[in-house]
Design a binder for this molecule. Sequence first.
Ligand code: NAD
Length: 487
Amino acid sequence: MSAGRVNIAGVEVSTDHYIDGCRVASKERFLDRSPIDGAALAEISAGAAAEADQAVAAARKAFPAWAALGPEGRAPILRRLAEGIKERVADLSAVETVDNGSLLSGNQHRVVPRAALNISYFAEHALTLRGHTIDSPEVVNHVHYDPAGVAVLITPWNAPLMLTTWKVGPALAAGNTIVIKPPEWAPLTCSLLADIAEKAGVPAGVLNVVQGIGEDAGAALVEHGDIDRISFTGSTGTAKLIGTAAARSITPMSSELGGKSPFIVCADADLKAAAQTVAGQYINAGQVCLAGTRILVEEKIEAEFLGLVREAVSHMVVGDPRDAATRVGPLIHPEHFERVQGFVERARSDGAEALWGGARHNQGDLFFQPTLFAGAKIDQEIFQSEVFGPVLTWNTFKNDDEVIAVANATKYGLAGTLFTSDEARAMRIASQVVAGTIWVNCFFVRELAAPFGGSRASGIGREGGTWSFDFYSDIKNVAVRKGSFKH
Ligand code: NAD
């Protein structure tokens, strides 16, 4: 293995930063391993203050020309970027799976095609923001979406390409230039994204990638004095650090953070569909921010529903994420494995009972059994804290008021899932559960035009549709007195 370029699953990937249209290497490097078998994949350039300075300067220099292109000038380039991602679905999927252990079939059929859409959707949406006016008695208010400047985009390892493009699309479409800081446990697809951007004709300096450890490269970027936006997806703890840096320079920050989302099953629901969806919460070993990890079941159907869930979970194949039949792959890293195991051990010692799972899976070092804890009290850690692994809790409720109170009894508010066949009941519960998204009789449907984000400790701000442009733009009102121009 050498620095420069490595071959991952038959795909050539650069191990270096991408700054001002060039590959830039650092002397310091960090080792990236595959969670599937622990194989060493690449020694990646580890950036810090010098690389952050270089990348922000490049983005600053490229900003005026990119901003001046306007949405019409940027759209063809961004369409080519989206096409470039589509052309490399197989490559991006294979590399993402080896790098972070996510399901290959999911990457091929949903995640990577969606990453392309993340770019093309916002390129088209930017075209619709022109000509927005608000009439008032004395003036016409012309709303301008001016590009904000240099945006720093920081993402986690569980879905690096998907989550990065979800920021890259609106940030570039709105006319900003960007510096991406990929996650150090899965840095490779963001590197490929830079190659694709270059081929698509994204001008030098418009899209930069600084690889590195969060506390070094990430911190240097968010503490940099010359940035205009920080968009962060990751843990609530890291958001507090980044938020502190953002506050010092009054840099607007959007954050999409952790969750401990309720999954509510009413007695009148389609129980088979609900049980299948509960089993689906183990996909990608539960390393999904939006997962409904607290299963709340109406008491009178508990026994029947538990049987259906047990049956559905028995079909969840744990194994190599490259196999089409696999549903549950590995945890990302030995440190994360220990963290998950720690939660499980403490749940047991707090008195919760593992109805299934609760230990390492025989597939390999980083594989953990799908696990369900019953009997956890609301104030216990396993009910309150995000595990980010294949670990769910199971509790019952007697009535809607009780389930709403229990659903809202954590510090989080990212998402919620509700199964019921009673529309009025669905709307009543959905309106009272605190969350950025509530899915009713479905799960993980994410419409790009709809708002997305978290409440409470799950985040600040909303993205998606126009909400993304509200964040990535400096919105200006030009109020023109009616009849004040000579004609
Ligand atoms: P993390 O917070 O440890 O790291 C996220 C990113 O922040 C990484 O790129 C890391 O290098 C960087 N970082 C770390 N310290 C930093 C610092 N001091 N300054 C700047 N950057 C720094 O999170 P993680 O463990 O990679 O990801 C898991 C978390 O992400 C979970 O809590 C999960 O719920 C959350 N997540 C949220 C969403 C969402 O949309 N709400 C989506 C996916 C994951």
